[in-house]
Design a protein around this ligand. Sequence first.
Ligand SMILES: [Zn+2]
Length: 482
Amino acid sequence: MNKIYITTPLYYVNDVPHIGHAYTTIAADVLSRHYKAKGNEVFLLTGTDEHGAKIADAAKRAGKDPKDFADELVPKFIDTWKNLDVKYDEFFRTTDPKHEEVVKDFIKKLKDKGHIEKKSYEGWYCIGCEKYLSQEDLVDGKCPDHKTEPVKQFEENYFFLLSKFQERLIKAIESGELDIAPISRKNEILGKIKQGLQDVSISRENVRWGIKFPGDEKQTVYVWVDALINYYSATKIYKELDDWESHPADIHLIGKDILWFHAVIWPAMLVALDLPLPKKIFAHGFFTIGGEKMSKTIGNILDPNKLVDKFGADALRYALLREFPFGEDGDISEEKIAKRYENDLANGLGNLLNRTISMINKNGLEKDTFQIKKVVPDTLTVNGVKFSQDEYYAQHMKNFSFDDYLHDIWWLYIKTSNELIDREKPWELAKKNKNLSVLYHCYKELVQISYLLNPFMPKTAEKMSKQLKTLKPELLFPKLDK
Ligand SMILES: [Zn+2]
C-alpha cells in the first residue's frame, strides 16, 4: 500500500473563505478520495495561516486580539469544508504551540549550520503579499496584485542565505527530483532562479504577531517561513503519521501566486537541513468571476457556502473542476455553474439515470439482470488505442486533468447512452416485444459512471449506486429555484 501525503496551502485567516480557497481544497479532496479508493493510505492536510502583519491588521480593524480574531474565523473554514464535503485528515493551525516549537527548532538548526545571517535591509514592503517587492515588481509604484503602494521599511533582519542554493535547486527541478507542474510554471520558476537568487529576510522587527525568533526575542519569524514549515511540522505533530515516512509531501497543491515560496524558498530550506524535497508541486491557475477580477471593491466575491445552498456541494465541485483546465486561468460565474447544473447534471446524468431505471421498471424486465455485482472496469478505445478504463482515468488524475476526466465521462458514457436511448427508443421496442438490451447497456454504463464520479461527486455516486441497486428512481438534480 502506498502512502500519499497531499497538502493545500494554509489559508490566511484575515477573512472568510471564498471560492478561490474552495477551488484548491476541492481539488485536493478529489485527489485524496481517488487515491484512497485505489487502496492507498492518504493523509490530506489543510489549515490556516494565522500570524503576520496582514492578520494583525485585520484583527485591529475588527477591534480584536489577533488570536481571538483567528479563533473566530477558523470555524468558518472548517464549516465550509464540511459543506463542500471535503474530508481532510488534519486541520492545521500555525498558532498551535507544538508547531511553534518545531518552527523554532527548524530555524535554530538553520542558524547552527550557518545558513542564517543578520543584515540590515531597506525595501518596499507589501502587507497584502507579506513580502518585499523589488522596483521591477511595481506597476505605477503599486503592487500589481493589491493595487496598493508598498510601505518603505528599514529593518535589521535575519536572512536565510538562499543564494547558496541556486545550483542545487536548478539541479533538483531540472532532474525532476522536485517536479513542478504544469510545465509552463516549471519553466517560469527555472528562469527566475537562473536570474540569480537573493538572500531572503526571514524575521520581522516591526511585526509583533508571530513566533518569536529563536535567540532574538525582539524579532518574529517571517510569516511565510512559519507557514511553510507546517508541511514538515504536521508530520511531527500528528500521531497518525508516526509510522509514516511522511515527510516530504507527495503533492503540494497551490495557487500560482505562491509558487515562488513553495518552489524556491521551501525546498532551499529543506536542502539546507539535508531534508528530502517534496515530490511534486502543482500550481493551479486563477479565475475571473464573470470576466472580472474577483475583488471586494467590485463586490463579486463568490461565497462557496451560498453556492452549496443553491446547487449542492457535488454540483459545485463538478462545475468548478469541469469548467477549464486546472493548471490554467479561466472564468467562473454563478451563471456558468447553473448552466453546468442544468445541461450536464440535470439533463445529462440525472435524465439518463432516471429514464433508464423508469423504463426497466415499466417494462417489467427481469430484475435479477439488473444487479450490481462488482464494478468491472471497461476497456476503452480512444483514437484506435485500447486502454483499461481504470488506467485511462487514473492517468487524468495523475496529470491533474480534472476537466478531461469529467469531460470524458460525459462524452464517452452519458452522451452516448442518452443518444442510444433517443435513437433506439426502448419504449417502442417494448411495444413490439423487441430486445431491450439497450437498457441493460445503459444500466451497465451507469454503474461505471457512479464508480468513476465518486471522487468528484461522492454523494451523487452514492445515490446512484443506491438507485441502481433498489431500482427506485429518485430525482438526482431537482430544478433550480429561480
Ligand atoms: Zn501585494
